[in-house]
Unconditional design. Structure first.
Length: 80
């Protein structure tokens, strides 16, 4: 996986160099190794937070569930 990421990063950099326009290439984020379910969930939520894909709060969550837009819902153990 790391070799594929490196090849992709080089390809993007070469494509950016060949264009006349100024293109900002974001550095690739190194993925953490996932060893358990909690780690996988943490990684998905971290990525979703970066792309503004997390809905918070009971009211907003209920609206998304009713509209059929929710893909996954996590409920904290501390909810009453």
């Amino acid at each position: 996986l790391a070799q594929g990421s490196e090849k992709l990063r080089r390809h993007i950099q070469l494509a950016a160099m060949s264009d006349d326009e100024d293109i900002r290439v974001e550095p690739a984020v190194e993925e953490e190794k996932v060893t358990d379910l909690k780690g996988a969930i943490r990684g998905v939520l971290k990525h979703a937070l970066m792309v503004d894909g997390v809905i918070r709060g009971l009211h907003e969550t209920a609206k998304y569930i009713d509209a059929g837009k929710a893909q996954i819902v996590f409920l904290a153990e501390s909810c009453n």
